[in-house]
Ligand binder design. Structure first.
Ligand code: IPE
Ligand code: IPE
Ligand code: MG
Length: 260
């Protein structure tokens, strides 16, 4: 099993782990893993090394989220717009993903993590698709943390896909217009069956959604930090969860509305 992270915060680090209310954990945390390029640039390193360090950061955060007892973690790894980057950078990101699966899958499996992918997986190279299918199948029955990796993911593409699936059913009279409701839309998103994210974390000092989980984040709490993703540590996850727990979620209601 993975060793405990929170009992051993680094010297000088302020760790709020003891203050976390384990009865009030976010069920689902979404993370935009941003800032790899800037991390590298600040160190005078090539962007590639930023991405490698970013993959390391993900390893640590997955362990931390599992230890904390989070149900689902959705990490944005590659967007539908990231194809606009230079071909060699795209290639590197894809091979890092393949390496992540090769190197981590057994450990994830041993730790009861269920790995899922969201996004247009059919648009990835066949070899990577095979690894993804294998990883999903191997861990499908695990009951611990759901690690949801968003790859070739765009929220607009996800909604468009859902609209097409629903429209097709309507055209074939399998679904009546009056029966199309929010649940039907949710059932046709990649995230079907998962609770909406309670908390979104975006590192690196940018304050935008970048086409991530647009439908699902209608009532998500946002937490931003200037730290770049490769420097994001379990203590930062703890801090985000701690601050999340101080917030009052109203869902359009008034103070003390209990629904979540
Ligand atoms: C996030 O880091 C990784 C991906 C988007 C795949 P970036 O590469 O976007 O890093 P910055 O934003 O340039 O610093
Ligand atoms: C969002 O980061 C996508 C991922 C982290 C995978 P970007 O770096 O692509 O977002 P923008 O372009 O700054 O909005
Ligand atoms: Mg970026």
């Amino acid at each position: 099993m993975w060793k405990k992270w929170f009992s051993r915060s680094e010297p000088g680090e302020h760790n709020n782990y003891d203050k976390i209310n384990h009865e009030k954990l976010p069920r689902h945390i979404a993370i935009i893993m941003d800032g790899n390029g800037r991390w590298a640039q600040r160190k005078g390193l090539p962007r590639a090394l930023g991405h490698r360090a970013g993959a390391e950061a993900l390893r640590g955060i997955v362990k931390a989220a599992a230890e904390m007892g989070i149900q689902a973690l959705t990490a944005y790894a590659f967007s539908t717009e990231n194809w606009r980057r230079p071909a060699d950078e795209v290639q590197l990101l894809m091979s890092l993903l393949a390496d992540y699966l090769d190197n981590e899958i057994n450990e994830l499996h041993q730790n009861n993590v269920q790995i899922r992918f969201i996004g247009n997986i059919d648009g990835l190279a066949p070899g990577l698709q095979k690894k993804i299918e294998k990883a999903q199948a191997q861990t499908a029955h695990n009951t611990g943390l759901i690690l949801n990796l968003a790859v070739n993911y765009g929220a607009r593409a996800e909604l468009l896909r859902a609209v097409k699936i629903i429209a097709e059913k309507a055209v074939h009279k399998e679904l009546a217009l009056q029966d199309i409701n929010e649940s039907i839309i949710e059932e046709n998103l990649y995230t079907a069956g998962l609770p909406a994210p309670d908390l979104l974390i975006r590192p690196s000092g940018d304050y935008r959604i970048s086409n991530f989980l647009l439908w699902q984040m209608a009532y998500t709490e946002f937490w931003f930090t200037d730290i770049n993703w490769p420097d994001f540590k379990p203590v930062h996850l703890v801090q985000a969860v701690y601050e999340f727990q101080q917030r009052e979620r109203r869902f359009g209601g008034i103070k003390n509305t209990k629904k979540r």
